[in-house]
Ligand binder design. Structure first.
Ligand SMILES: Nc1ncnc2c1ncn2[C@@H]1O[C@H](COP(=O)(O)OP(=O)(O)O)[C@@H](O)[C@H]1O
Ligand SMILES: [Mg+2]
Length: 266
């Protein structure tokens, strides 16, 4: 039976733009909608792992982690690296460990192994969401080589948009060399301030680089509660009306993503 899910990788070599927040926001929406997602943490800093790991399970310290998947251990090794998250039934996690940093400069290693491992896990998930580190090294390449869909996460500031061409080039490179199935799903714009001439100017610049159609709507507003949710390790949906516009935004983005995922047939 063909699974309905797809592998989606969030990228940008710039840190702090919201790759992790967007990954977790979409996971929160998916869970709320009664869907199931697997979050794969490819960042040695382990932010997604820190938010999602269930401390009651194993302290996550030496449990199998994402490096097992990068090393290509086969389907049963992949399955052993998956654990339930602290959020509940709809979200599972493949955690990162700090020693994942060793993989960042693993040039010459086979970047396609992660895809093989994740394809063995896709059944039963509506999406696998891969959270990348802020770099364009081996880990991000492996994340892209594993993906059906790449999502670039940006912030409408001068620094937030710097290097977006390099991200696009990396996606092209992986598509050419490792993964002909890779598609750029689009660009998610995060941390959009209420009123800002500067942000408007940056959005125009973004349109000129990636084109208007690549930019997903709605864009995600800048909200204190978005940071609070990460700090408190909670899904945004647990904040109810206090996070109403964020929740509405993420629900709409999840609907778009799910539609795109369903177009990918495995
Ligand atoms: N919509 C938002 N509004 C305000 N702050 C945000 C928003 N999204 C993310 N942040 C904050 O920005 C910081 C970086 O986000 P993060 O998701 O860790 O970025 P990345 O994974 O790209 O490094 C975090 O402190 C996070 O809480
Ligand atoms: Mg991150």
């Amino acid at each position: 039976m063909a699974a309905m899910g797809a592998i989606v990788t969030m990228v940008n070599q710039k840190g702090g733009v919201g790759k992790t927040s967007v990954t977790l926001g979409l996971a929160s929406s998916a869970m709320e909608a009664g869907r199931r997602v697997l979050v794969v943490d490819l960042d040695p800093q382990g932010s997604s792992t820190w938010v999602l790991a269930d401390p009651a399970l194993d302290g996550a310290g030496n449990a199998p982690a994402v490096d097992r998947l990068l090393a290509g251990g086969g389907a049963s090794a992949a399955a052993r690296a998956v654990r339930p998250s602290a959020w509940g039934d709809g979200v599972d996690l493949v955690p990162a460990r700090p020693d994942l940093a060793r993989w960042e400069h693993a040039t010459g290693r086979d970047a396609t192994r992660l895809r093989t491992a994740l394809l063995a896990l896709i059944d039963g998930y509506d999406a696998i969401l891969v959270d990348c580190p802020p770099s364009l090294g081996h880990l991000t390449r492996a994340g892209l080589a594993a993906a059906d869909l790449a999502v670039i996460v940006v912030e409408p500031s001068a620094l937030g948009l710097r290097g977006i061409n390099a991200v696009a080039d990396t996606i092209d490179g992986v598509w050419e060399e490792e993964n002909p199935d890779l598609d750029l799903a689009g660009v998610i714009v995060n941390k959009v301030p209420g009123v800002s001439v500067e942000a408007e100017r940056r959005l125009d610049e973004l349109v000129s680089v990636v084109g208007r159609r690549a930019i997903w709507k709605p864009m995600i507003p800048q909200r204190v509660i978005a940071s609070q949710a990460i700090a408190e390790r909670r899904p945004i949906h647990s904040y109810g009306w206090r996070a109403a516009d964020l929740i509405e935004t993420y629900d709409a983005l999840w609907t778009t993503l799910r539609r795109r995922c369903r177009q990918v047939a495995h």
